[in-house]
Structure formats: C-alpha cells, structure tokens
Design a protein around this ligand. Structure first.
Ligand SMILES: [Zn+2]
Length: 286
C-alpha cells in the first residue's frame, strides 16, 4: 500500500457527485506523489450488472439504479476501471494476501449489518453470471422467518446478521440497562457474553448456531478447504467459533466438514481496498 485516503459516499446526493468525489480523491493521491495511475478497481455494494459495470436497484443506494459506474469513473480518470461486488473483492484480498493464502477453494463469509460472501477457486474470483454470485445472506433458512431487506423472509442474514442478534436480545432480554435508549446491539450482547453473563451467553450460543447452520449449507454446496470469516461481528470470532463450528460440523456432510478449516479474516476493514486494487491488477494482466 503506497498511499490511501477516505471520502464519504454521501449516497443521498446521488451517484454523479459521489463518483466525482471519488475521482477527485484519486487525482489528489496521484498529485501527492503516488506513482502513475494505470487502472482503477472498485468494490461496490450489489446488486450489480457486472458486464455493463452498472448498479441494479441497490437497496442501500436509492436513486443509483442503472448508474454506469465503470464508464463514469473511467471517463473521469482516463484509465480502465474494473468493478465487482464489495464482498467478492474482499474475498479476493483474503485469498491472495490474508487468511485464505494457500487454500485451493476459499469461501469468504462477512457478517455485519448483513451477510455477504465470496468464492475464490485456484486464485480466481467466482462472481457468477452478472456479478451477483455468493449472495449467501439471502439463502432461505427458515420459510416462516423474519422479513429480510430483499423482500423475502427467513433469509440467513435475517437470522444471523449483527442486527438480527440485536433483535433477538430485545425479544429475550428486555431493555439493555447499559444503553441510554435501552436498545441492544450485537456488540453489546457479545460484550456481555464475554464478561460471563449467563443470559447473554445463552443468546450468543443460539445466534452462533444460526451462523453454523448457514455455514453447513455453504460447506456442502462449495466444498471449501478454507472458510474465512470477516465483518464487524467476527471481531469476536474466538467467542462465536466454538458454537458456530459445532453446529456446522453437526449438520454438514462428513467429507465436506472434514475438508473445511474455519479461520478469522486477516485483513480487517482493509480487505475491500486491497481486493479492489487486485481486481485492477488482474484486469491489466489480462
Ligand atoms: Zn434476503
């Protein structure tokens, strides 16, 4: 990493000003002495139309539907641009430079406000037909489960994302005495569990079971030799791992479970950044 900077997306202002801010930030880095710009890589929230480099109705980016990100950014920077899903590029980074190094089939799972995934096979990212492969958070795990932001119900992320743990705590534990508004967050529950609180610990184990249940299906579907777990919730990997792994091994086919080694992500919040750069690197290399 030679240089880095951060600018807010300010998505509500629309894609035009955001892409302009992005291009300006890149120009500033180059002006500040970074080497000549050859290409750019972008990890963007899905859903995407990857062949066209466009957004398709992203729930987190209202008004961005159809925006041709790749074309707009390439026009402003004057270099070729590669775009992929943000979880996919983070997977690429973990496989090449993080906790997935040496794996042949690496499944990356990110657990935070949602659940995302990426698959890297023999060093190459699998993105699906139009960039929306490995949308593993939207695999149905309970047909009558809670509603999901995607419009379905009982998706894995509706039961096993960070906010899902917060909701579970509100139902079971009542108000959070340590929070001014009485609300629970995943971090709040996990902190209490770590301190040995029995109720928080039981809730954490139940939640980790939902994580393991979904992982069992992923391990059966993709037969990875490494499963790398990242995202905000997985900062507490050591706490969640025993119950999560037990449930995964209990449900997965024995041969698939035997092949799969679980481990925490190695690059933290920088995985997306590094992965996007690798995407451009690979793109240039052809
Ligand atoms: Zn969903």
């Amino acid at each position: 990493m030679l240089a880095e900077t951060t600018v807010p997306t300010q998505a509500e202002e629309g894609p035009g000003p955001a892409v302009e801010r992005l291009a300006a930030a890149v120009r500033e880095l180059v002006a500040a002495g970074a080497p000549r710009l050859l290409a750019a890589g972008v990890g963007a929230p899905g859903p995407l139309d990857l062949p066209a480099g466009r957004f398709i109705g992203s729930p987190n980016l209202p008004g961005w539907d159809g925006f041709p990100l790749r074309e707009e950014l390439a026009g402003r920077l004057g270099v070729p641009v590669w775009v992929d899903n943000d979880a996919n590029v983070a997977a690429l980074a973990e496989a090449r430079a993080g906790a997935g190094q040496g794996a042949r089939v690496m499944l990356y799972v990110t657990v935070g406000t949602g659940i995302g995934g990426g698959l890297v096979v023999d060093g190459r990212l699998f993105s699906g037909a139009n960039g929306n492969g490995l949308e593993i958070g939207h695999v149905t795990v309970d047909p009558d489960g809670p509603p999901c932001g995607c419009g379905n119900r009982g998706c894995w992320e509706a039961l096993a994302s960070g906010p899902a743990l917060g909701r579970l705590a509100e139902q079971r534990l009542g108000k959070n005495p340590r929070s001014p508004d009485g609300r629970w967050t995943a971090a709040g529950v996990l902190e209490r569990a770590e301190q040995g609180d029995a109720a928080a610990r039981a809730l954490m184990e139940e939640y980790a079971g939902w994580l393991g249940l979904g992982l069992a299906s992923m391990v059966n579907a993709f037969n990875p030799d490494r499963v790398v777990l990242g995202g905000g919730v997985m900062k507490r990997y050591a706490l969640l791992a025993p119950a999560m792994e037990r449930e995964m091994r209990r449900r997965a086919l024995a041969a698939n479970a035997a092949a799969a080694r679980l481990c925490p992500a190695g690059l933290g919040g920088r995985a997306g950044l590094i992965g996007a750069a690798l995407l451009a690197w690979d793109g240039l290399a052809g």
